[in-house]
Write a protein that binds this ligand. Sequence first.
Ligand code: CS2
Ligand code: MG
Length: 402
Amino acid sequence: MNITQVKVIVTNPGRNFVTAKIETSEGISGVGDATLNGRELAVATYLSEHVAPMLIGRDAFAIEDTWQLMSRASYWRRGPVQTAAQSAIDMALWDIKGKALGVPVYQLLGGRCRTGVMAYTHAGAAEISETIDDLQMFIEQGYHAVRLQCGVPGVPDVYGVDRDTSTQPGAGTERPYVEGWDTSAYLGVVPKLFEAAREAVGFGTHLLHDVHHRLTPSEAGWLGKRLEDHRLFWLEDALASDYQSAYRLVRQHTTTPLAVGEVFTSLVDCEQLIREQLIDYVRASAVHAGGLTGLRKIAAFAEPYQVKTGCHGAADMSPITMAAALHFGVSTHNVGIQERALHPEEADDVFPHAYTFSDGYLDPGEAPGLGVDIDEALAERYEYRRGYLPVVRLRDGTLTNW
Ligand code: CS2
Ligand code: MG
């Protein structure tokens, strides 16, 4: 079965998504997510101009060899643009192989090692009391794990707090939206958020928090220590992870579990973090870290170090990535949890899928392949619209990490 065509489909059902659809000589096709939030057309061009031409005529079953070709043929290694393209092709080839053999992809990855993947969703409001209301609502919906974010007094538009969607990341704004930040005010309110949450719901629900890359190692060590009595499931992206060794200082000061990695594009980005056990969860995702093949390489390296995965699952990756994450999630031993941010309804219509959520767990379903597709006719109705991610400035105007 040979690759005969690689279509690149850009659509905007509520936000931009980029999809690679591979057609084969046997009439079986497969889909892969290539969405890089805020830089979508860079990946679409990389796919159509640099990847597609060299894949035509290749054996569609040669997944590993194709992955290695996309890693090495560019000479320039890794990075978010080329890895998102590589990821999409990889997901599509696993989809094709599952369909050709008549089995869900998780069967090709080793079969089930759990009945479902525990999910977590996002509760975030300006006031702590409103975040707690959302937390209790999600518990009633069956979630066993919820991420909590809240506003920071005196700081406009803080990450993770529900706002008008025109400024939500992923919906995109014509120019980068400028959010505010003040670490001291933030460190004053987060312990209060988790005190209130534990007071309200006890310790029966896993609670998570995303710092979103904004602290220094000593600030992160202080916060982690301060939160220890609230037993978080994880404190995410406490630092920007460019210098993996910076996590040593955080680890020395706190036992609060640490998660990082939604921006990682390969094992190179997290090898030291895992080998030195500086983190507890690696957040790499199928769309950013080389597809299912790339994700499996990271998970296999992490297993002996007792580091688990907690794949990124924001709304700015398509339902194809969610489907791939769940086939990986039910069949990989050291999977910890799966993020579940809901897509706009129109996106679920463009990407019909077999995966389901019930009683706090996600399941990929039994459809052959990844169990997800793209409705090309419907996708065509949603025009691409350039959309920037926000940026963040401190009170004195200094740029920091969003
Ligand atoms: C966030 C993401 O879900 C998370 O953990 O860090 O929503 C992130 O802000 C977006 O994926 C950026 O595109
Ligand atoms: Mg995050």
